[in-house]
Structure formats: structure tokens, C-alpha cells
Design a protein around this ligand. Structure first.
Ligand SMILES: [Zn+2]
Length: 316
């Protein structure tokens, strides 16, 4: 299908299962936008563009496109909306099936409390953030959430506070950690990095992207470990903030396999559901098959009658 875009050049545009691209070189389509957070609508009639429609990307850039005729325009609008819906539904189903059958919308009272505790985006201080990273335990504005999504789920798992399904354990993690506690780890030494500062709400997307990559990929501002507790001790005592330090410093990734209790075993045995969730969301799934000196995996331990409050984290 051929479209015209804003500069009124004819372009081939393709839509796959998650994003819209335009194509100069068939081997290298150029991303226009991921459909997850995109909005599509007919162009304003005042624009006098026949068969025109607009795609609003998560970074608030608007692409004005023109189809060949009315039917094609409606087909494209319908296809992009279907794509968005499938991506959002798919995420909800994925979290339902893989994490917890009890997942659902966050209760509105919890949303109010979470937003009250985190009134601005963790990365750019835009007010009223409505997105979250469930593994990092922070609230984000829509633009920063788009940047987080582009980093990949191994770095940040983005969910909408209002549109997505949440597990009780993920909600508890967000309530327990939050922007201030997370930033104390991720930005511990930001003040000492002379040429860096947190971007502002009005900063450009590229400035925000540069900062977010420096913060979460390069870990430029984390400094030293800043805790006397070991990874095992943090997990065993349910200390989510200290556990986060170990996660940020890569100590879960470096953890050596041994026939003993892993941090996940320790969190489970001591009934710390939030720490269990934090580990599972941050590369701690590698502990799931590991057996301790009693020959038990963390999930087997969680099913013991004297371990309370952790089982839902392991529900199939
Ligand atoms: Zn932001």
C-alpha cells in the first residue's frame, strides 16, 4: 500500500504485529511507532486532506498520513487499532498466565496512594505519571515509559497503572519501593557527575533518552554498593531497598549456583513476598530450578504449610 507522509513524499508503509514502519529499503524498514502506546484517528476535516489520518506516537509526535481512498483509510485505522488492542490484551494475558491467576486492575484506591507517593516521573519529573516499571518499582511519564520500553524487558518492564493487569505482588513492590527509594540507588552519585543532571519535563526526548540510557544501561550514577547487608541477608530479612542495591549492582546475575538456599529460597522461607517478586522480576528466575540442601526448589518451599504470603508469586 502506498501512502504519503508529512513531507508529501509517497512512501510504502507496513504494519506488523506490533509496530508501523515506512520502507525505503525492504531489508531495513524504519520504525514510525510501536503501536502499543499509539493512537490513530482521522485527520481533522479542517486540514482538507482527503483520506488523511493521524498516528500519534508515545513521544507525542504526530504523523499525518494519507491513504489512496476512503476504504483504505478505514482499513488502516482499523488495523492499527486492532494491533494496539492485541498488544495490550496480550500483555494482560501474559502476566495472568505466567505470574498469578489473581491478577487484575489495580484498585483505584491503590492508584491514588501510589501516585500520591510518586507525584512525578522518576526520570524527568513530569507530573502525574501513569506508567510504571514493574521490575524497577518506579512511576514514569508516558514519554519516559516509551524510552524504557525501547531498552528491552531485561532492563525495564513497563505497564500502565490504569490499562494493564497487575499481580498483587507487583502492586506491593511498587508501593514498597517507589521513585525516591529507587533513585537513591540509581542516582546515588548523580550530584558528583558534574556534566549530568536529571532532565526536566520539557527536555527533549533525545535528552531524556540519553539520561535514561546512562542511568539504567551504563549505571553511571550508582556509585558503590552502599549497604552492609549481603544479598542473602537482604532477601532473608525482607529488606527490599537493600535488595534493590544488590540487583542494581548485578549481584543476582553473578550469584554462583550452589546446593544451598539461594536468595529466592531465603525470601520465600521467611515469607517475604515483595522480595520474592523483586527477585523474580530481576533475573532471579534462574533460582527457580535450584534445589537447596534439603533438595527443595523455591516453589516447593512456598507450598510448605508454614510459609505464608508468598505462594501467589509462584502461581502458574
Ligand atoms: Zn518522564
Amino acid at each position: 500500500m502506498v501512502w504519503r507522509c508529512k513531507q508529501w513524499k509517497r512512501r510504502w508503509v507496513i504494519l506488523d504485529e506490533e509496530a508501523l514502519y515506512y520502507v525505503h529499503d525492504i531489508d531495513k524498514p524504519t520504525l514510525i511507532t510501536n503501536c502499543m502506546l499509539a493512537t490513530v484517528r482521522e485527520a481533522d476535516t479542517a486540514s482538507e486532506i482527503q483520506f488523511g489520518f493521524e498516528v500519534l506516537s508515545p513521544n507525542r509526535r504526530t504523523y499525518l498520513l494519507q491513504a489512496e481512498n476512503e476504504i483504505e483509510m478505514q482499513e488502516w485505522i482499523g488495523a492499527i487499532r486492532d494491533c494496539t488492542e492485541k498488544l495490550i490484551t496480550g500483555l494482560s494475558q501474559e502476566s495472568k498466565s505466567s505470574e498469578d491467576s489473581a491478577s487484575g486492575a489495580i484498585p483505584s484506591e491503590d492508584i491514588v496512594n501510589i501516585q500520591k507517593a510518586n507525584p512525578v516521573c522518576a526520570d524527568c519529573a513530569s507530573s502525574n505519571p501513569e506508567w510504571a516499571s514493574i521490575n524497577l518499582g518506579v512511576l514514569l511519564c508516558i514519554e519516559c515509559s516509551g524510552i524504557h520500553r525501547s531498552l528491552g524487558v531485561h532492563v525495564s518492564k513497563v505497564r500502565s497503572l490504569t490499562l494493564d493487569s497487575w499481580t498483587p505482588a507487583s502492586i506491593a513492590l511498587l508501593k514498597d519501593l517507589g521513585n525516591d527509594a529507587a533513585n537513591k540507588v540509581w542516582e546515588a552519585e548523580l550530584g558528583k557527575c558534574g556534566d549530568w543532571s536529571r532532565p526536566k519535563a520539557k527536555s527533549s526526548r533525545s535528552e531524556k533518552e540519553r539520561f535514561i540510557k546512562a542511568k539504567y544501561i551504563d549505571k553511571k550514577f550508582v556509585g558503590g554498593i552502599g549497604t552492609d547487608l549481603s544479598l542473602d541477608e537482604a532477601a532473608a530479612t525482607g529488606n527490599t531497598k537493600e535488595l534493590m542495591r544488590h540487583i542494581v549492582h548485578g549481584n543476582v546475575d553473578k550469584y554462583e549456583d550452589a546446593e544451598k538456599d539461594t536468595p529466592l529460597h531465603l525470601a520465600v522461607t521467611n515469607g517475604h513476598a515483595t522480595c520474592s517478586e523483586m527477585l523474580l522480576q530481576n533475573n532471579g528466575k534462574k533460582f527457580l530450578p535450584q534445589k537447596n540442601n534439603l533438595g527443595m526448589t523455591p516453589a516447593e518451599l512456598a507450598r510448605q504449610p508454614d510459609v505464608f504470603g508468598v505462594l501467589s508469586t509462584f502461581a502458574a
